[in-house]
Design a protein around this ligand. Sequence first.
Ligand SMILES: Cc1cc2nc3c(=O)[nH]c(=O)nc-3n(C[C@H](O)[C@H](O)[C@H](O)COP(=O)(O)OP(=O)(O)OC[C@H]3O[C@@H](n4cnc5c(N)ncnc54)[C@H](O)[C@@H]3O)c2cc1C
Length: 264
Amino acid sequence: MYDFAYQKPGSVADAVKALGADPEAKALAGGQTFIPVLKQRLNKPSVVVDLAKAGLSGITATATTLTIGATTTHAAIAASAEVQAKIPGLAEMASWIGDVAVRHRGTMGGSLANNDPAACYPAAVLALGATITTDRRSIAADDFFQGMFTTALHPDEIITAIAFPVPEKSAYEKFRNPASRYAIVGVFVAKGPAGVRVAITGAGQGGVFRHAAMEQALAKSFSAEAIAGITTPAEGLNGDIHASAEYRAHLIGVMAKRALAKAK
Ligand SMILES: Cc1cc2nc3c(=O)[nH]c(=O)nc-3n(C[C@H](O)[C@H](O)[C@H](O)COP(=O)(O)OP(=O)(O)OC[C@H]3O[C@@H](n4cnc5c(N)ncnc54)[C@H](O)[C@@H]3O)c2cc1C
């Protein structure tokens, strides 16, 4: 680890000010990605701006929208009665992330800002047509994810909350890496205000993506049977020590059918 200054501002405005004052300043949320990166000396921030006291944790719900504060932990999302009732697949997704320690430190905002190609939340955000709110604007899910570890965020921009339209039906299935629990392939299916949408994580070289062929079939019938004949080409998918591109292509169909079979 290199030396750095540390600040823990008491508001979003002060956090944005601290980040804007120095191009080498970086935000810290749960630290589950950021701290290992610092330890490995892969990042050299001048100032670490801890968001823990910026007032960004909490979950609120109306009949049509579930809003999750950026620093809300995976454990809080998994345990929330509101999330379990309104978007059960999102609560289940949170309960499967990493291990107990990761779930009690890691946050939704940190995961989305990081946009790891194997992270789970990007699939839920994209499939549900969520809106990412920052200190200065609202960004539609379709515009937010811009490739592996790349998002629409400016360097000094802070995610404050994520608003999910409550779907009619949805679910997530993941074929997990047995060591880390990251998605080798994860599929979130949703039928709701944003339409019928299917988002795939873990498989794409550019990160999370929507599956147009499945969406077209599911718009006619939101069932596992409707996608029985759909295969996914392996071209452009990740192949690594964990799984080949062909295996991931196969898993997309299997995970999608499992998600559809349990969607509620
Ligand atoms: C062992 C292990 C297993 C894991 N398994 C899974 C898994 O199964 N599925 C999964 O999806 N994830 C998994 N993760 C990732 C983890 O859940 C965290 O979500 C992720 O590390 C980032 O969240 P964080 O809150 O820790 O962010 P941090 O590590 O603190 O920050 C990550 C990045 O986001 C930026 N950032 C943080 N918050 C904000 C904000 N509000 N606005 C703007 N930028 C911000 C930081 O500057 C940094 O660049 C795993 C992690 C570990 C260590």
